[in-house]
Design a protein around this ligand. Structure first.
Ligand code: B1M
Length: 210
């Protein structure tokens, strides 16, 4: 039986092949996808974050761990998105300008798709204007912004200001999230919602679309 700590350990070593194999085995053994994600992949990434902060490892090692995390989450995608259902809304999502972190954003995207929402992925380093232009052109009900750096969090406020300037603030809900983001911060910039994990982000988004 695969232990979640094994997945976390191989992820910390940046071994994508081993992580994928263990995730697949855990799925076959009947471990729920949510447990594998939280206690295996995300726990491993948390440890990587701490070692990165303490200068025990550096960008190349973090990149390898990030790759292992992405490959591992891809195995879980069909399980995490199996709810499916009829598309009930359109969302554009991106990591804000200046920020290249995309693992959390990709998980939110996966969960949104799992709830049957149509998702336009703008990628990373997305300027406020691109969020707004896409929301207008694609008629999105929701803009989802992710930020992982304290220095890029203010970009989220720029997205909200740009929505006001473009005259669409009352037509679009703006959701924010990412490790350094808090409910207090979300309230202070006038965001419509903050959630601290991808699954609750999808639940809130469905609520906005219904
Ligand atoms: Co970076 N990095 N990084 N990094 N990195 C952090 C964020 C950091 C906390 C590490 C540390 O010091 N402990 C630190 C930020 C410090 C700060 O801002 N105060 C940091 C730094 C400093 C940097 C650089 C500046 C390092 C450098 O170059 N010297 C640099 C910046 C580059 C840039 O963006 N311009 C940098 C670079 C990188 C890599 C490229 C090497 C890599 C990213 C690879 C990639 O994403 N493809 C990387 C990584 C992997 C991390 C850590 C280790 C892991 C982040 C992650 O993917 N976590 C991170 C440490 C940490 O967070 N513990 C760190 C897993 C992911 C699932 O969690 O994204 O939080 P997260 O998503 C969660 C929730 O937050 C939520 O859902 C997910 C879970 O369900 N969520 C939302 C996310 N978005 C949401 C949106 C929502 C709702 C919920 O609604 C819209």
């Amino acid at each position: 039986m695969v232990q979640m700590t094994e997945i976390a350990e191989w992820l910390q070593k940046g071994k994508a092949k081993e992580v994928v194999a263990l995730v697949q085995q855990a799925v076959e053994e009947g471990t729920p996808a949510e447990i594998i994600l939280k206690e295996g992949l995300m726990a491993g990434m948390d440890a990587v974050g701490k070692r990165f902060r303490d200068n025990e490892i550096f960008v190349p090692e973090v990149l390898m761990a990030a790759r292992a995390m992405s490959k591992g989450s891809e195995v879980l995608r069909p399980l995490l998105t199996k709810e499916g259902g009829v598309s009930s809304g359109k969302v554009c999502i991106g990591t804000v300008k200046g920020d290249l972190h995309d693992i959390g954003k990709n998980l939110v995207k996966m969960m949104l798709e799992g709830k049957g929402l149509e998702v336009i992925d703008l990628g990373t380093d997305v300027p406020a204007e691109t969020f707004i232009q896409t929301a207008i052109e694609e008629d999105c009900q929701i803009i989802c912004c992710s930020a992982l750096l304290t220095t890029t969090m203010p970009e989220m406020e720029r997205v909200i200001h740009a929505a006001i300037e473009a005259g669409i603030r009352d037509k679009v809900k703006i959701m924010v999230g990412g490790a350094p983001v808090t409910q207090e911060f979300a309230d202070s910039i006038g965001a419509d919602a903050y959630t601290d994990d991808a699954a609750s982000a999808a639940d809130v988004a469905v609520g906005f679309c219904s």
